[in-house]
Design a protein around this ligand. Structure first.
Ligand code: TPP
Ligand code: MG
Length: 604
């Protein structure tokens, strides 16, 4: 340990230096929750509040979701902070959300005093082991104040470079010790500095040439773009137009290209569209960019298409489809270098076929959305949203049926940002992601599309955070749409279609809560709607409100959020579930007929 000569009262604490070093690394906001494991850091936050924002959440998991969302919305490192033991444990699910979606997040957690560690002391949890998996790139427990400088520099840089979670564990007694800002220049010391500049990563010219040859020899090209292509809108469009390709979007890449382009087939997979299914099953060449879309059964049959993949991370290459060529590269830069090598098409028949299917699909979406249901057809909420969605809105969805309708019905434009928990697919990020959007861009409207289960799990509590802070946002609009179906609907449907089990009310039904009344109770605004004619007025009110606004929409749980292509096995399971006494069988059959779902069933 290092003896610091200054008298204790005058010395800068390690906690102060920790925050200063974060600031020096570019951090301007921490999402967190206090506790005595981080007492000294909490004290130091007050001394640095002019340069470092602290956002107090209701639950540490929400702080981690917000840090993840901060990274998604801004590209910067999201930082969250929690106390030792229980606080640290609460962070985990949000950190896994970041890890699985490849987001740079730094978690700072407290720990018991070094003197008590290993002594079965209160709240003494082996945090290094606990975080070893989620923060596999870098997790370190400080044992000497002199480490703080390089721990912060490295945790921040590694998070950015690896697009992953890092974690610093700071024992509470250490944080209260005098800071050591400059390690002595002697053996055993390390002299670090902050800073990170992204590299320009492009494949070798000869490999781009091979990619171009494969793509040029194809006649029916499908592109699949994901989160890695989010900054590459024009490059994706340029390549798609040169190749006469259709473009499908993985869910995390929904904002990559605007939905009003006639050859954009929209989402893919279980939550996807029929044109994306056609695109993948009939293409002869697949170009996949910045996506780790997991479900290989929605990609071409192996052998049916030649494949080229571009990803910044070689670990994500060639794991979903047997690609002929996997290129390590940044999406935008690589596509820009590829473009001049591509042979522009003269035959437009493939593009015409895809565009025709896309146009028909949008018509079907509108038809389905406007059909009656009991009482509100959830699709209609999402369809009508398209008329009022501000062009600069930031949109989050949750895991549940909302993800289906978000994926299929919502039309995004160039100005939108949009995300959800793509790979972990956890419930609960909808509201915290929207709150993080408001802190990152206080002048832009945010919208969360969530189920009533997620709302009860954590969304309601986190509305309290919105109520606490909205006066700080120059544009106070944060809209939360709650799909009040009194059901854990997505799973109810999965049980029917995958296991052949009818809805089990004991596990699936959830209480009716008046979410808009709750919003009003805590100083926000909202409306409960129980009929389709009220939808337009509710959106209007929400987007012209002077504070966060909750739309509690009572929707029909029997509108099937089924995939655009149903296998025989799924259809049989569904039929079995309905025969086995599903309490909602009648409503489901009626809705399925109306929604023209049955036309997709095999044998029809
Ligand atoms: C933390 C967590 N628990 C459970 C699940 C499994 N799950 C996925 S969607 C879902 C239902 C969500 O219900 P709700 O929020 O009401 O949305 P709905 O599908 O009814 O619209 C459940 C239980 C999950 N993804 N994450
Ligand atoms: Mg629900």
């Amino acid at each position: 340990m290092h003896v610091v000569e200054e008298p204790l009262g005058m010395a800068k604490l390690t906690a102060d230096f920790l925050l200063e070093r974060l600031i020096e690394n570019g951090v301007s906001r921490i999402y967190g929750y206090p506790g005595d494991g981080i007492n000294a850091i909490v004290g130091a936050l007050e001394r640095h509040k002019d340069r470092l924002d602290f956002v107090q959440v209701r639950h540490e998991e929400m702080a981690a979701f917000m840090a993840c969302a901060h990274a998604k919305w801004t590209g910067e490192v999201g930082v969250c902070m929690a106390t030792s033991g229980p606080g640290a444990i609460h962070l985990l699910n949000g950190l896994y959300d970041a890890k699985l979606d490849h987001q740079p997040v730094l978690a700072i957690v407290g720990q018991q005093a070094r003197s008590g560690l290993g002594g079965n002391y209160q709240q003494d949890v082996d945090l290094t082991s606990l975080f070893k998996d989620v923060a596999s790139e870098y997790v370190e427990q400080a044992s000497d104040p002199v480490q703080i400088r390089h721990l912060v520099d490295r945790a921040h840089r590694i998070a950015l470079d690896q697009r992953n979670v890092t974690c610093l564990i700071i024992p509470n007694d250490l944080a209260a010790e005098p800071a050591v800002e400059d390690p002595p220049r002697e053996h055993g010391m390390t002299q670090s500095s902050p800073g990170f500049k992204k590299a320009r990563v492009v494949p070798h010219p000869e490999d781009l040439q091979i990619a171009a040859e494969i793509l040029n020899s194809g006649e029916r090209i499908a592109m699949l773009v994901g989160a890695g292509a989010l900054g590459a809108t024009d490059a994706v469009i340029g390549v798609a137009e040169a190749l006469g390709a259709g473009v499908a979007k993985a869910l995390l890449g929904k904002a990559t290209v605007p939905d009003d382009l006639p050859y954009v087939t929209g989402s893919i997979g279980l939550l996807g569209t029929k044109p994306s299914w056609t695109l993948m099953s009939e293409c002869d060449t697949l170009l996949m960019v910045g996506s780790s879309f997991p479900y290989s059964e929605w990609l071409p049959k192996p052998g049916d298409a030649r494949g080229v993949q571009i990803d910044i991370d070689a670990r994500m290459l060639c794991i979903r489809y047997p690609m002929e060529l996997g290129l390590v590269g940044d999406a935008k830069e690589t596509l820009e270098e590829l473009l001049p090598l591509l042979r522009p098409r003269t035959d437009h028949s493939w593009r015409d076929q895809i565009e025709g299917e896309v146009a028909d699909w949008w018509k079907l979406m509108q038809e389905r959305a406007l059909l009656d249901a009991d009482p509100i057809n959830p699709q209609r909420l999402f369809w009508e949203l398209n008329d009022v969605l501000p062009p600069n809105a930031i949109i989050s969805a949750d895991s549940g049926s909302s993800a289906n309708w978000y994926a299929r019905d919502v039309k995004l434009g160039r100005g939108h940002k949009a995300s959800l928990s793509g790979t972990l697919a956890t419930m609960g990020p909808g509201v915290p992601y929207a709150i993080a959007a408001k802190f990152a861009y206080p002048d832009r409207p945010a919208l969360a599309l969530v189920g009533d289960g997620a709302m009860q799990m954590n969304g309601m509590a986190e509305l309290i955070t919105a109520a606490k802070y909205f006066h700080k946002w120059s544009d106070p609009r944060l809209v939360v749409l709650v799909l009040n179906n009194q059901d854990l609907n997505q799973v109810t449907w999965e049980q029917r279609a995958m296991s052949g089990d009818p809805k089990n009310p004991m596990t699936q039904r959830i209480p009716d809560v008046h979410y808009a009344d709750f919003a009003k109770l805590i100083g926000l605004d909202g409306v409960r709607i129980e009929e389709p004619d009220a939808i337009a007025g509710a959106w209007e009110a929400a987007f012209s409100a002077d504070r966060p606004f909750v739309i509690d929409a009572v929707v029909d749980p029997n509108v099937p959020p089924l995939p655009p292509h149903i296998t025989t096995a799924q259809a049989k399971s569904l039929a079995k579930a309905l025969r086995k006494g599903d309490p909602d069988a009648r409503g489901i059959i009626a809705e399925s007929f109306r929604q023209k779902i049955l036309e997709f069933l095999p044998g029809r």
